[in-house]
Design a protein around this ligand. Structure first.
Ligand code: ADP
Ligand code: MG
Length: 247
């Protein structure tokens, strides 16, 4: 039984197809990574799942609900998803605590006291106790991204979408963010992530998907995809990654 089923999804921008019939199933607790060159469609696919983009063809079903049905309630869908981007997108004028409790209070109608208690628990779990009253610009990039991940978790999503969440960070700050994602996996969170950190991708993924020009060219367990890729394009991409020192 899959949690998310993407079936024949096409997405066009200005007459140009950037997703060309994507099929993908994600099981509960599975970690699926999307890899591929810049422009291959990874972010667009995540944005389609989160309804930040509408699809031109195909269906996406989350937990029995067809997201691509035009009658779907977008807010209800987004309530069940957590998404984190490369740029942390924290509200600069709000404290860490207010950033984290905003959606639970406003969207999910969680009482203030309970929302704040949950926020404090999450901050403690991810090593940020003591930062509740800080403003984003008082934190390092790694800390800000950890807060952004906590903020996405605060609404108890059934699926987390992580789009290059370490790409904007200095190398020494990447590790602490990857550690959070590891902890999320260990706690059973279902995730789809895109990353340039191939070592981490190999380590954390149950399934790795290689996208090439909007086509999901190859997918499999990390050992298979990294050690015995079937498609010449996958081999070429992995060679270029090794070359650039990212593996
Ligand atoms: P990736 O995340 O793999 O780098 P993207 O999904 O961001 O790739 O982009 C895939 C293609 O879609 C690229 O050619 C990009 O220029 C194009 N694209 C993405 N978003 C838009 C948009 N809002 N309008 C027009 N073209 C877009
Ligand atoms: Mg992208």
């Amino acid at each position: 039984m899959s949690l998310l089923t993407i079936d024949g999804v096409w997405k066009n921008f200005h007459g140009h197809s950037v997703l060309k019939g994507i099929d993908l199933e994600v099981r509960p607790h599975e970690v699926v990574s999307l890899i591929g060159a810049s422009g291959s469609g990874k972010s667009t696919l995540l944005r389609c799942v989160n309804l930040l983009e509408t699809v031109d063809d195909g269906t996406i079903v989350l937990d029995g609900v067809e997201l691509t049905d035009p009658r779907v309630n977008v807010d209800d869908v987004r309530k069940r998803l957590g998404i984190v981007f490369q740029s942390f997108n924290l509200f600069p004028h709000m404290t860490v605590l207010d950033n984290i409790t905003l959606a639970p209070r406003r969207v999910h109608k969680v009482p203030k006291e309970r929302a704040e208690q949950q926020a404090h628990e999450l901050l403690a779990r991810f090593g940020l106790e003591g930062k509740a009253r800080a403003y984003p610009d008082q934190l390092s990039g790694g800390q800000q991204q950890r807060v952004a991940i906590i903020r996405a978790l605060a609404t108890q999503p059934v699926l987390m979408l992580l789009d290059e969440v370490t790409s904007a960070l200095d190398p020494q700050l990447v590790t602490e963010v990857l550690a959070i994602i590891r902890e999320l996996k260990d706690s059973g969170m279902t995730m789809i992530l895109t990353t340039h950190e191939m070592g981490f991708c190999r380590d954390i993924s149950d399934t790795v998907c290689f996208l090439d020009g909007g086509v999901l060219l190859e997918k499999g367990p990390p050992e298979q995809l990294f050690d015995a890729p079937e498609h010449p394009r996958t081999r070429e991409f992995l060679r270029s990654v090794v070359h650039s020192g990212r593996f």
